[in-house]
Design a protein around this ligand. Structure first.
Ligand SMILES: *Cc1c(COP(=O)(O)O)cnc(C)c1O
Length: 423
C-alpha cells in the first residue's frame, strides 16, 4: 500500500460526514478515480461498486456520452438563473420527461435534490387545495417504512418511529401514518381512515413498489392500484416518489408502469443525470397545474431554487436518457435481477437471514440483526466490493451496465460475508 496523501489527514479534520457518528465510525474511504463499475482508492485498491453511488450511476461511472454532453454544454452555457430566463436543455428535457412519463404527467418543475423535489410536490398538493378554496387539507397520508428525504418538510413524511429521523419526533409536522394496503384487511382499515379524514388530507405520498432507504421493502403493484382507487374515491392527489425507483431500477423505466395506473404528481432524481450532476424534477398533471392559473398572483407556485434547471445537469440528463434509448437498460436490469435471485438464494436458508428478495436490479438480504455494522462493512471492503449495509439489510443495486464478472464478485462477496456467520 502507498502512503496516504496529505489531503486526507488535513481535510478530514474539517469535514462533517453524512449519517455518521463522527466519534466511532470508521473513516471514509478516499476515492481518487472511478470508471465503469469500479471505484479506485487512494491506496491503489479497486472496489467493485455494488450500489452505484446511492443508485445514481445507472450507466456506470464516467460514461463517455454523458461526459461529452456536459463538456459541450460547459462551453456554451453552464447555468443561468431560471427566474425570467429559460433555455433549450431545460425546455426540451421537460418535454422529453413528459413524453416518457406519458399522458397525465405534463408539467415539470426542476430542482436540484430529491428532498426538495418532494418538498415541491407537497407544496403543490397543499396549494392545489388552497387555490381551489379548500384550506383545511394540510396533512398527507404516508406509510410505515417510508423515506422521502432529510429536510424538515420531508422528515415529517418519513416513518416517524423506524425512520432515521426519529430523534426529531414531536418537533415535526404530523401526518397520518398507515400500513400499506397489502391485503383486504389493511385496505379496509385505510378506507375507513380516509372516510373520516380525507377532508384534512392534501394527498397520498408513497414510494411505488420499493420503500428504499426505509429498508428495501417491496410491495406488489396491486397496492398501488388500491391507492389509486382510494385517491379517486376520496378526491385526493396521489403522489409517487420515484426518486429511487425511477429510470429502470425496478425493471420498468418507472415503477408505476407495472401497476397500470398513474399518479397525479411524481418526483424524480437519483439516476436522472446518470449519477453525474445534481438534478431533480417534480412532474404534475395538467389538472394540478391548472389550479395555479389565476388572475390572483398569490395563486402562483412560490418556489425557485437558485440552481433550478441547471443547464449542465439538464445536458447530462439528456445524455442519460439517450443511453436508455440506445442501449438495452431494461433488459440489463432484468438479467441482473435473475442473476441476483439465483446468486443470493442459498442465503435464505441461514438462521440469521430473515429474507432474501429481489425486484428489477435490486437484491436484498435481510438479516435478523446486524451485531457489528463497522465490522460487516470492513469485511465487505476486504472482499474488494463497495456495498453499504444499513439497518438490518445488505443489498445490491449495481449499475445497470455491470458486467458478469463484476456482478459475480458482488454476489460472491455478499455470500462469503453473510454465510460466514451472523454478522
Ligand atoms: C434519496 C431519496 C430522496 C431524497 O433525495 P436527496 O437527493 O438525497 O435529497 C427522497 N425520496 C427517495 C425515495 C429517495 O430514495
Amino acid at each position: 500500500m502507498t502512503r496516504s496523501p496529505d489531503w486526507i489527514d488535513h481535510g478530514s479534520r474539517h469535514i462533517w460526514l453524512p449519517y455518521t457518528q463522527m466519534k466511532t465510525a470508521a473513516p471514509p474511504l478516499p476515492v481518487v478515480r472511478t470508471s465503469g463499475t469500479r471505484i479506485e482508492l487512494a491506496d491503489g485498491r479497486s472496489l467493485v461498486d455494488g450500489i452505484a453511488s446511492w443508485w445514481t450511476a445507472c450507466h456506470g461511472y464516467n460514461h463517455p456520452h454523458i461526459a461529452e454532453a456536459i463538456r459541450a454544454q460547459l462551453e456554451v452555457m453552464p447555468h443561468v438563473m431560471f427566474g425570467g430566463l429559460t433555455h433549450e436543455p431545460a425546455l426540451l428535457l421537460a418535454q422529453r420527461l413528459a413524453a416518457l412519463l406519458g399522458p397525465g404527467l405534463d408539467r415539470v418543475f426542476f430542482t436540484e435534490s430529491g428532498s426538495v423535489a418532494v418538498e415541491v410536490a407537497m407544496k403543490m398538493a397543499m396549494q392545489y387545495w388552497l387555490n381551489r378554496g379548500e384550506p383545511g387539507r394540510s396533512r398527507f397520508l404516508v406509510f410505515k417504512g417510508s423515506y422521502h428525504g432529510d429536510t424538515f418538510g420531508t422528515m415529517a413524511v418519513c416513518d416517524p418511529d423506524d425512520g432515521m429521523h426519529a430523534v426529531f419526533k414531536g418537533l415535526l409536522a404530523t401526518h397520518d401514518v398507515a400500513a400499506l394496503p397489502v391485503d383486504e384487511a389493511s385496505m379496509a382499515a385505510l378506507d375507513a381512515h380516509l372516510a373520516q379524514h380525507a377532508g384534512q388530507l392534501a394527498g397520498i405520498l408513497v414510494e411505488p413498489l420499493v420503500q428504499g432507504a426505509g429498508g428495501m421493502l417491496l410491495h406488489s403493484p396491486v397496492v398501488l392500484q388500491r391507492l389509486r382507487t382510494l385517491a379517486d374515491r376520496y378526491g385526493m392527489l396521489l403522489i409517487f416518489d420515484e426518486i429511487f425507483t425511477g429510470f429502470g431500477r425496478t425493471g420498468s423505466l418507472f415503477a408505476f408502469e407495472q401497476a397500470g395506473i398513474r399518479p397525479d404528481i411524481i418526483t424524480l432524481s437519483k439516476a436522472l443525470t446518470g449519477g453525474t450532476l445534481p438534478l431533480a424534477a417534480t412532474v404534475a398533471s395538467q389538472r394540478v397545474f391548472d389550479a395555479f392559473l389565476s388572475d390572483d398572483p398569490g395563486h402562483a407556485l412560490m418556489h425557485g431554487p437558485t440552481f433550478m434547471g441547471n443547464a449542465l445537469a439538464c445536458a447530462a440528463a439528456h445524455a442519460s436518457l439517450d443511453l436508455f434509448e440506445q442501449e438495452p437498460r431494461l433488459a440489463q436490469a432484468a438479467a441482473i435481477g435473475a442473476t441476483l435471485r439465483e446468486g443470493l438464494a442459498a442465503l435464505a436458508g441461514l438462521p440469521w437471514v430473515k429474507d432474501v428478495r429481489t425486484l428489477g436490479a435490486i437484491g436484498v438480504v435481510e438479516l435478523t440483526r446486524i451485531n457489528d455494522m463497522n465490522r460487516l462493512k470492513q469485511r465487505l471492503i476486504d472482499q474488494g466490493v463497495w456495498v453499504r449495509p444499513f439497518g438490518r439489510i445488505v443489498y445490491l443495486t449495481p449499475a445497470l451496465t455491470i458486467g458478469p464478472e463484476d456482478l459475480q464478485r458482488l454476489i460472491q462477496a455478499v455470500n462469503a460475508v453473510v454465510a460466514a456467520g451472523a454478522p
